[in-house]
Write a new protein. Structure first.
Length: 60
């Protein structure tokens, strides 16, 4: 199990408000996906070497 990187109650509320339920593996998979996105942003910024702060543009 990966470290949880999301606020579980808020995710579950969003899903419930959409009329659905959250499967037991969803939160873990979401955290893994977010960790991958962060890692890609970090690599992009480090490769560029021009700044030290991640910003929204680094998610693209």
């Amino acid at each position: 199990m990966a470290e949880t990187l999301v606020v579980v109650s808020k995710i579950k509320k969003l899903v419930k408000d959409a009329g659905l339920r959250t499967g037991g593996d969803y939160i873990d998979a979401l955290s893994v996906k977010i960790a991958g996105m962060i890692s890609a942003s970090v690599q992009k910024v480090q490769a560029d070497g021009k700044k030290k702060t991640l910003s929204a543009e680094d998610l693209l």
